[in-house]
Design a protein around this ligand. Structure first.
Ligand SMILES: [Zn+2]
Ligand SMILES: [Zn+2]
Ligand SMILES: [Zn+2]
Ligand SMILES: [Zn+2]
Length: 510
């Protein structure tokens, strides 16, 4: 097994080790510079998200010009190229789906489809191995296709190895026994539907249910360049990469291909680390998210500071209250004497009752606002989120994550309503918080500069647009590379803005 892993990865400057406290880890065997591709991988299986409004191509996830597969009427493709690429597995799936009753089709979720595809792909692979064994051919399964700066490498192994890679992925600290009872019941129901679809006599429902809980920890959400979720995929090699709240690498997707890039210089012999969660929250919030979804306790350099003075201060800024004195930027901590919250800078105490009152009002409006937003009543939602913002400005620290989220929502609504000027105001308000909570080369930071630049360009603020778009390029060329159409668009916008600025300058000279 270890030899196979070496074969798989050593050409790429990578190796897999098993550490007692962490399980499998991916290490570098050479130095990587910022923006360099560490590895790219095609999914073993993938499915698009189910959305009521737009269907997506099962292979490339685009939603434009998609047509239903004429045989099963369930799966969509953007054209014959994608359909052909997916045919190997879909040929089997198609026959099964075509036989399925209408009401069962309705309960077909992406997770169920992913599991069905996983079993079908394994079946195909086992058959291929048998054939190769019988014909005396050498085992040569060209999987995983690892692209990158180096030519694709091929792994010579039996199909069982890949199954091993997929379903032994779960680190031992992701203990299935910790999955809640309710969830297990749901997995059992999902497993029985998988069983109904596949109709294999050898299937074990319990095993399928267990695989669902493993998928929950190991499948990746496939996003577009702007980090909008499109689907779910299983990436065996990328799944080996562990989590850190201050990662050295970032995972982005180009269509169905997942790419891990170095966000900073990674010395030889370091562990490659990505983040599984939103890293902006306080240590408590991050740890809860990791425990709930991935069943482990993070011990990254940020998390081991839990309870230390700096960590307490940071949590109070990110998720705590603001000082009564609005010119003071101090953070508040619970004060045992007065039972209120005391500013650690100027010493003023805020009464608990006052905080509770504003907080409950904020919560009520916030709930109503999110209902209005999800039912697409944008104008109504805008008014309510503006009220939420007002209350949060009274309640929260100026660098609060909650206030930042509200402003992100306001930005989205204002963009929908095409109120570009106000949208720009809100985009600009989020930037200082982004710069504080995200590291320099974080995709979200780059994307926010991009949004700012697009709005400034639209409003004719050429010089500001050049500044923001340049900041966006500086970040996103590291996280996204420069080869995608998304990045080419961005670079073209920057060049256009620069051309206009120099034209303005030259016409002023005349
Ligand atoms: Zn397609
Ligand atoms: Zn079909
Ligand atoms: Zn951590
Ligand atoms: Zn103060």
């Amino acid at each position: 097994m270890e030899d196979l892993q070496k074969l798989l990865l050593h050409d790429h400057g990578l190796s897999v080790s098993t550490l007692p406290e962490k399980g499998r880890c991916l290490f570098t065997t050479r130095e990587y510079s910022p923006g360099e591709i560490i590895l790219s991988e095609e999914p073993y299986v993938s499915v698009p998200n189910k959305t009521p409004v737009k269907s997506r191509c099962d292979w490339c996830f685009t939603s434009s010009n998609v047509k239903r597969c004429s045989s099963c009427q369930v799966v969509w493709y953007c054209g014959s190229k994608c359909q052909t690429s997916d045919w190997k597995v879909h040929r089997l799936e198609c026959q099964l789906l075509a036989k399925l009753e209408k009401n069962r089709i309705k309960s077909l979720t992406p997770s169920i489809r992913l599991m069905v595809k996983l079993y079908l792909r394994r079946k195909l692979q086992n058959e291929k191995c048998d054939r190769q064994l019988q014909s005396g051919e050498r085992f040569s399964i060209s999987y995983p296709c690892v692209y990158g700066v180096l030519p694709s490498i091929y792994m010579y192994c039996d199909a069982k190895f890949q199954w091993f890679l997929l379903l032994n992925l779960t680190h031992f600290h992701k203990d299935i026994s910790e999955v809640e009872e309710m969830q297990l019941v749901l997995y059992a129901q999902m497993a029985s539907l998988v069983n109904i679809i596949l109709q294999w006599s050898t299937l074990n429902i319990k095993e399928i249910a267990q695989n669902f809980s493993k998928l929950a920890c190991n499948a990746h959400t496939i996003c577009d360049s702007e980090l909008i979720p499109l689907g779910t995929g299983l990436y065996p090699v990328i799944s080996i990469i562990n989590h850190s709240c201050s990662p050295n690498s970032v995972l982005v997707f180009e269509g169905r291909i997942a790419t891990v890039r170095a966000m900073q210089t990674i010395p030889k012999g370091s562990e490659v680390l990505i983040s599984y969660i939103e890293t902006a929250g306080s240590t408590m919030t991050r740890q809860k998210a990791l425990k709930d979804q991935y069943f482990f306790i993070c011990s990254c350099p940020r998390c081991i500071k839990l309870g230390e003075h700096d960590d307490i201060e940071e949590s109070a800024i990110l998720e705590g209250y603001r000082c009564k004195n609005h010119t003071c930027n101090g953070f508040l901590l619970r004060d045992l004497e007065s039972k209120g919250f005391k500013c650690q800078q100027c010493g003023i105490v805020r009464e608990k009752e006052e905080i509770v009152k504003i907080a409950s009002e904020e919560k009520t409006i916030s709930n109503k606002a999110s209902v209005a937003l999800s039912s697409c009543h944008n104008k109504e939602a805008l008014d309510m989120y503006l009220m939420v913002e007002k209350l949060q400005m009274k309640l929260c620290h100026p660098f609060s994550i909650n206030l930042m989220r509200t402003r992100e929502t306001l930005l989205k609504i204002l963009m929908e309503l095409q109120d570009w000027k106000k949208a720009l105001t809100y985009c600009r308000l989020t930037i200082p918080v982004y710069e504080r909570v995200y590291p320099k080369f974080h995709p979200l930071r780059g994307l926010q500069y991009y949004t700012c630049g697009k709005l400034e360009w639209l409003l004719g603020y050429t010089d500001e647009a050049i500044k923001s778009l340049t900041q966006a390029v500086d970040v996103l060329r590291i996280t996204h590379g420069t080869n995608t159409s998304f990045m080419k668009d961005l670079i073209a916008k920057l060049e256009e803005a620069q051309a206009e600025a120099s034209y303005k300058l030259s016409s002023m000279d005349d």
